[in-house]
Design a protein around this ligand. Structure first.
Ligand SMILES: [Mg+2]
Length: 220
């Protein structure tokens, strides 16, 4: 499956499509991390100001950081890669009301979460991300934390996880990835942000916060 690092609580291993160490479990929720579980963007903006003296001078209502910062794609990518490999990954804050409802879904309804994140393949950044997620949400909430290279496409990994978790919920803030998940039968939802535009999202439902997603999942 290429450059993917997958970690559970105890071990690291490369994903191979023929791995047998998974279970089909309808109580798995697949989720992106940045912009869904954690507030990546504000931390990135603060780091850019503090460390680089660069301010988001473009259209801040869009997803693409090159447009938000009005910088060439290669330049902004270098900044993102550096930020995503930094110690900041141990300390990103939760997004919206994620803590309350992730815990409720796990503790009261028995759901577990598999995180699919295009963070970085830097081993230390991955360890910090895992520690951060465990500190904020609790260790037992997560089945797996799957890290792809910075900004990598999720097409292949979603196809694989959709086979392992048919019809699972899939939460994203990147429209392309939500549409890709739906293509493989996942129940895609988008977390509301200013960059989610009605005209672009091809009918993928948007939730304003985790409370709304909780209500969708539990039917309450
Ligand atoms: Mg995201």
């Amino acid at each position: 499956m290429g450059n993917v690092i997958k970690m559970n609580n105890k071990k690291t291993f490369d994903v191979h499509p023929l791995d047998g160490d998974f279970m089909i479990d309808t109580k798995t929720i697949l989720t992106d991390c940045d912009g869904v579980l954690l507030n990546w963007r504000d931390a990135f903006d603060a780091w850019m100001m503090r460390e680089k003296n660069i301010f988001a001078g473009g259209d801040v209502n869009l997803y693409d950081q090159a447009v938000r910062y009005d910088l060439p794609p290669e330049e902004i990518f270098d900044h993102i890669k550096q930020f995503n490999s930094s110690a900041n990954m141990g300390f990103l804050p939760p997004l919206y009301d994620s803590v309350k409802y992730v815990k409720k879904l796990h503790e009261e309804h028995g759901y577990k979460f598999t995180v699919i994140t295009s963070l970085s393949l830097n081993q230390f950044a991955i360890k910090l991300r895992i520690q951060n997620l465990h500190n904020i949400f609790g260790e037992h909430v997560f089945d797996e934390i799957v890290c792809l290279d910075t900004g990598a496409d999720k097409d292949e990994i979603l196809k694989q996880y959709a086979e392992w978790n048919p019809g699972a919920f899939w939460l994203e803030d990147k429209v392309k990835n939500a549409i890709e998940g739906r293509k493989h039968g996942l129940r895609s939802y988008l977390m509301k942000h200013v960059h989610i535009k009605t005209e672009d999202r091809d009918g993928i439902p948007v939730v304003a916060n985790w409370k709304q997603l909780y209500e969708e999942i539990t039917g309450s």
